[in-house]
Structures are given as structure tokens and as C-alpha cells.
Design a protein around this ligand. Structure first.
Ligand SMILES: [Zn+2]
Length: 308
């Protein structure tokens, strides 16, 4: 019942994102115009009814072919994305880009092997995938059941060390590899025709931001992203926005409060368990899935700050 209620409220949230174009069963695609399309996963936690479809998965149709940005968390989601692309264009899928290593963003890759695209990710992505391979396979088997089958791990065939330019014909994509922030494998992408920035999980909208990399690094990257020439932003999770400076400000505010509160707890000699209940509590009403994600963040950040 709880999951049903969460799902219903999330459907309401997704409804606000003005889903405009083609439907494939429940696989809705939002058209941003200029050949840019986004599928919005729902805001479910990995420990609460995770079904492999919780992040944004996008594709860009250029005059020469298609670039995909994140493929969802299972072969099934990747296949649905692939079918959605085929309803829009017969052009070849040239590039499949993963914004980082997290399982909700990468396990649809296998559905694109048939196109023989370049799979592209951060210089450190292949190694990060290798290190997590076993743990993620177990997680998928446990949480996705039958959908985990065929969700094989597909590693990058091309990597980004600093920046990489890709040509889709009528537009260019510029990929940037970031220093450790949300993870150690973060890549953002800007496309030149509509000035659309795809942040991966450097930016969360609605859903509580999480990180496993470095909170100070993430704050720095958020500040740098504010200098982008973007006209609109597709976050890793949540709705597309033209009001993206505000979205970056909101996330920076949450992280800054979280960092300050954890530092204050450590200074006062409070335990991590107690910090989990108090850190960034003032932000609680502003974000979806706050309790579970915020506790997880404290669990990640507190031990790293203890030795500052
Ligand atoms: Zn992530």
C-alpha cells in the first residue's frame, strides 16, 4: 500500500513534467523540440520498490544519427528506450553515453549492442564498472527479478578524460569529465543546437540529491555548472527546466547546509547515528525521498569529514 501511494504521488509529479509525445505502454517520452527527447523515470528509492526505471534517459536526433544519454537500469528499460527512438527516427544510434557508473543509469546499455554504437563514459568508468560488477549483478537479481536477465554490463568503448566533442551532423555534443563529485565517473554533456545541458546526477530536481563521491567536490562542480551557456537543463533525476540556475542553487543550498551541520555535529562530539536524524533537517520539506537519502548521505559524508 505504501509503495502504491508513493507511486501515485510520483505519477502526479511526473505528470507536472508535461509529458508530450509518444507513449509506449507506460514508457512516456517528453519531446523538448529540436530533436531532443527525455524519458523520466519515477522517484523510487533503490530500497523501496526499485524497478530499474528511476532516472532520466534521453536521446538526441541529429542529421547523421542519434546519441543516447543514459539507458535506465535494466535491459527492459533500454529496450523500451530503443523502441521509442525507432518510433521517432530510422537513423542509426551512433553514441550511447553514460553520465556515471550508478546502476539505474547503465544497465539499459545492452539493448543498444545491436546498433554497434560507441559506448562513451568517463575515463574511470570502465574500472568503476569492473569493481562493482558483482555487487550490481546481485542487486539487480534481487530487485529486478526476471528483468535482471539480459541486463549485462556494457563498458565504454570510448572514454572522456577532460572533454570530448561528438558530431551529430546538425549539432555538436561536448562531453566534460568532472573531478570526483557525485561519483568519480561523472560526465556532463552540452548539445549546441538548443543549448541543452545534461548534468547526469550532478543535479537532482525534486528528488533528494545523493552522493557517494565528495561533497566539497560536488559543491564546486555545481558552482562551475552555473557558468554554462545552457538555455535548458536535463537533470539526472526530475523535470527538465529552463530555470536551472535556481535548481543548481537549491541543490547547492542543501549540500552546504548538510556539510555545515555534519561538521557541527562532529565538533560537538555527536555520533553519526544522531547526525543522521538532525543534519540538514531544515531541508526536509523541500525534497522527495528525503529521510532515506539524507541518512544515506550522512552515512557517506560523516566518516570522510571526521578526519578533516
Ligand atoms: Zn547516480
Amino acid at each position: 500500500m505504501r509503495i502504491l501511494m508513493i507511486t501515485l504521488s510520483l505519477l502526479a509529479l511526473v505528470g507536472c513534467a508535461q509529458v508530450k509525445a509518444a507513449h509506449d505502454d507506460n514508457f512516456a517520452i517528453e519531446s523538448l523540440g529540436d530533436g531532443i527527447y527525455v524519458h523520466h523515470g519515477v522517484h523510487l528509492d533503490i530500497d523501496e520498490g526499485y524497478q530499474g526505471d528511476i532516472c532520466n534517459a534521453s536521446f538526441i536526433v541529429g542529421s547523421k544519427g542519434v546519441a543516447v544519454i543514459d539507458t535506465g537500469g535494466s535491459f527492459k528499460v533500454g529496450k523500451q528506450l530503443h523502441e521509442a527512438i525507432r518510433k521517432v527516427t530510422p537513423l542509426p544510434v551512433l553514441y550511447v553515453i553514460n553520465t556515471h557508473v550508478h546502476p539505474d543509469h547503465i544497465y539499459g546499455n545492452a539493448a543498444f549492442l545491436v546498433d554497434k554504437p560507441q559506448f562513451i563514459g568517463h575515463d574511470k568508468l570502465a574500472n568503476a564498472m569492473e569493481l562493482r560488477h558483482e555487487a550490481y549483478a546481485k542487486l539487480n537479481a534481487r530487485l529486478l527479478g526476471a528483468d535482471a536477465q539480459a541486463s549485462e554490463l556494457v563498458k565504454p568503448t570510448m572514454t572522456v578524460k577532460s572533454t570530448l566533442a561528438l558530431d551529430l551532423g546538425d549539432r555538436k555534443l561536448t562531453l566534460t569529465a568532472h573531478p570526483v563529485a557525485h561519483t568519480n565517473t561523472d560526465v556532463s554533456i552540452i548539445e549546441s543546437k538548443a543549448s541543452t545541458l545534461f548534468t547526469g546526477d550532478l543535479l537532482f530536481i525534486e528528488r533528494t540529491p545523493v552522493l557517494e563521491g565528495d561533497i566539497k567536490g560536488l559543491i564546486t562542480e555545481i558552482q562551475k555548472l552555473k557558468n554554462s551557456p545552457a538555455k535548458q537543463v536535463v537533470p539526472g533525476h526530475g523535470p527538465v527546466t529552463k530555470n536551472w540556475i535556481v535548481a543548481l542553487d537549491n541543490e547547492e543550498h542543501y549540500l552546504t547546509v548538510l556539510l555545515a551541520d555534519i561538521r557541527a555535529s562532529i565538533k560537538k562530539g555527536e555520533s553519526m547515528e544522531s547526525a543522521m536524524n538532525t543534519a540538514a533537517a531544515s531541508e526536509k520539506g523541500k525534497w522527495v525521498l528525503f529521510d532515506i537519502a539524507n541518512r544515506r548521505n550522512v552515512n557517506t559524508i560523516y566518516p570522510a569529514l571526521e578526519w578533516e
